[in-house]
Write a protein of this length. Structure first.
Length: 91
């Protein structure tokens, strides 16, 4: 079981080295997200995640990235097709 201890009032630079779900905190946005745990009623000083939960979260993140990539490719393809149609129509 992974345990992530987050102390109150510690600096961003000291948090960068904490490991969360197999990846390091790399941005202030991620730090803000972690600090919002308290707003949700979660104890921000200790978060416990089982290996299975961690694997599921990592898989979900991977699938989300794949979906975003696919959507971006589709958007580029559609934009290119629309541009070609526009050029043919104006000719």
């Amino acid at each position: 079981m992974e345990k992530i201890a987050l102390q109150e009032n510690i600096s961003f630079s000291s948090l960068v080295r904490h490991n969360i779900g197999g990846s390091e905190i790399s941005s202030k946005a991620e730090l803000k997200q972690i600090s919002k745990l308290d707003d949700l009623g979660l104890d921000s000083r200790l978060i416990e995640m089982t290996d299975q939960e961690s694997e599921l979260m990592n898989l979900a993140n991977k699938k989300l990235k794949e979906a975003i990539s696919s959507t971006q490719k589709t958007t580029k393809y559609v934009a290119k097709a629309l541009k070609e149609i526009e050029l043919r129509h104006s000719a």
